[in-house]
Design a protein around this ligand. Structure first.
Ligand code: NA7
Length: 551
């Protein structure tokens, strides 16, 4: 490999791989590449590792996949030694786990923190990527892996007057490192997606008063979290290889649930209700697997949606508030189902009010609070739980330029296109981990991250062994994959919701269903077959001018 004088702060030579992002994906990518003998460095904007789990420190932040399944599987010793303390891990515990992994595998020496990457440019002559940091330093590498996360570009809505608010403004995804004390505060919360639904009960338990501004009611099911038991932990740890294999290869989402082989309409009403009730009582997203067609058939979905609406009416004492909380405009789970602890019951507290923004639109933020529907609300603190520019936001925030200087954000103006969610035509040697067009956010993220990292690593080994410089998605393969992503979505109810999966939460963003919902097991088989078939759909080539450059 050629040697070149370079930015001494980072490396004196050209790296094999530059990795952007030190979350679950970036850390495993670094570890894997190191064990395979590649040189690699990770660049991370935050002060520490953790990715989305570093930033989302809001009260109540918790994973909605069980901790025994939301964890790395690549190292059997790690898997055995780490002890999760709860069924659904909290953000601080997940962050401790990520830090443990960074230390255990000695990853930190190749992670450059506090360094935001603002541009990445492909040089057609050298076949290298030049990555530029926010303060103008450059790093050169043969390959670039974007491990930038699907939910990492947080989003603040453009509401008039925000800059004039005299109190504190918080965003769930940019939460301060020191826990914020809400004692005695009058708080306005905007947004009732997963983050708002998790945070609101805890904020309400502390604050003087909370006013929730809800634009669209979401479906939420109780978590029924519990402290980890020795028996449950043992049942996983003793069987991890087999259970992980099943999750990876034969499930739709990479997570094991109690699956059903029946459609909702195949059983009678009493059986159906009993099954929903049983799952409601045991908690978690397992509710969605009560029947095998809840995301395929509208009438089936409606039975589950009605059951949840019935629960909301039962729990929330004030009928007007209950009515406002009933989801009405999308099938259950076509927007990500929320998993909560005491969310609906929180509206029975005297210090909590719900404002339906559709009836009383937010007009402006004022120095003292907020004006909605011609009413003034006074707040000390405003909490935005308004989500993310999901899946493409973090990538489009970097000025990524491929062949002939084409910008990725331009290529994706009408929606993100990729081959397998791994590479984009015109951007050789640039990989995306859990990129749009892969199961990503509709799967267990850790399972999908491990699959992508393994696939990319094997691909790089193949290129090294065969002396190939460049790999690039072919346009035809990319187009055909886009059609498959679309067709898979159309077979489900997902496109019937104006969700962030569709880009619908961002004004002006192209509407396109971004994750691949053809099933994780199926997707993994496709990726493996593509590789086994000589990287079908990818162009593998040498660099004509490489000899001239190294001469
Ligand atoms: P989400 O799920 O995108 O939720 C954002 C919420 O903010 C949602 O209720 C939005 O209402 C609301 N919102 C956004 N803009 C506004 C304005 N301008 N006015 C009022 N309300 C607004 O983000 P989360 O952070 O909760 O969760 C994202 C994912 O993270 C989650 O699915 C898990 O996978 C983890 P809307 O529905 O758009 O009407």
């Amino acid at each position: 490999m050629e040697q070149r004088q370079h930015d001494a702060r980072f490396n004196a030579e050209i790296l094999d791989v530059v990795i952007v992002g030190a979350g679950f994906a970036g850390l495993y990518m670094l570890h894997k590449l190191r064990t395979l003998g590649f040189s690699a460095k990770v660049f991370e904007a935050a002060e520490d590792v953790g990715g989305t789990w570093y930033w989302n420190r809001y009260p109540g932040a918790r994973c909605d996949v069980e901790s025994v399944q939301y964890s790395y599987s690549f190292d059997p010793a790690l898997e055995q030694e780490w002890r999760w303390s709860e069924r659904f891990a909290t953000q601080p515990e997940i962050l401790r786990y990520i830090n443990h992994v960074a230390d255990r595998f000695d990853l930190r020496r190749d992670i450059v923190l506090n360094t935001r990457i603002k541009a990445a440019e492909f040089n057609e002559k050298s076949g290298h990527w030049t990555v530029t940091t926010a303060d103008g330093a450059t790093i050169e590498a043969r390959f670039c892996v974007m491990a930038t996360g699907c939910l990492s570009a947080s989003r603040l809505p453009a509401i008039d007057g925000l800059d004039r608010f005299a109190g504190e403004v918080l965003h769930t995804a940019l939460w301060p490192r020191e826990q914020f004390d809400f004692t005695g505060k009058r708080v306005g919360v905007i947004g009732t997606g997963s983050s708002g639904i998790q945070a609101i009960p805890l904020i309400a338990a502390q604050a003087q008063h909370v006013t929730v501004f809800q634009r669209t009611p979401n479906f939420s099911v109780p978590a029924r979290n519990w402290d980890m038991t020795d028996d449950y932990e043992r049942s996983w740890k003793e069987n991890y290889p087999a259970l992980r294999k099943r999750a990876r290869e034969s499930t739709w989402s990479g997570t094991l649930y109690e699956f059903s082989d029946k459609g909702a309409m195949e059983v009678d009403e009493a059986t159906r209700q009993a099954e929903y009730e049983r799952r409601w009582q045991t908690g978690g997203a397992n509710f969605m697997h009560a029947f095998n067609d809840l995301l395929l058939s509208e009438p089936s979905n409606e039975t589950a949606a009605d059951f949840v609406r019935g629960k909301i009416r039962q729990i929330v004492q004030d009928p007007r508030t209950a009515e406002a909380l009933l989801p009405f405009d999308h099938p259950l789970a076509a927007k990500r189902i929320c998993v909560d602890t005491d969310y609906y019951a929180t509206y029975n507290r005297d210090n909590v009010d719900l404002i339906d923004v559709r009836r009383e639109p937010i007009e402006a933020i004022t120095p003292d609070g907020l004006r909605a529907g011609e009413r003034e609300h006074v707040f000390d603190t405003l909490v935005f739980a308004t989500g993310f520019d999901a899946m493409t936001g973090a990538l489009n925030a970097i000025d990524i330029r491929g062949r002939e200087g084409h910008r990725l954000s331009d290529e994706w103006r009408d929606g993100p296109r990729s081959y397998l969610g791994l590479m984009v035509a015109g951007f050789p040697n640039l990989f995306t981990v859990t990129g749009p067009g892969s199961p990503s956010v509709l799967s267990n993220m850790i399972v999908s991250i491990e699959q992508h990292v393994d696939w990319i690593s094997e691909c790089l080994c193949h290129l090294r062994e065969t002396g190939i410089d460049l790999i690039e998605a072919e346009t035809t393969a990319q187009t055909e994959w886009g059609q498959e992503v679309n067709a898979a979505a159309e077979r489900t109810l997902y496109p019937r919701a104006g969700s962030w999966y569709m880009g619908a939460n961002i004004p002006g963003k192209a509407r396109m269903f971004m994750p691949y919902v053809g099933g994780l097991g199926n997707y993994r088989r496709i990726c493996a077959e593509v590789a086994a078939d000589g990287y079908r759909g990818f162009r593998l080539q040498g660099i004509p001018s490489a000899a001239a450059i190294s001469a």
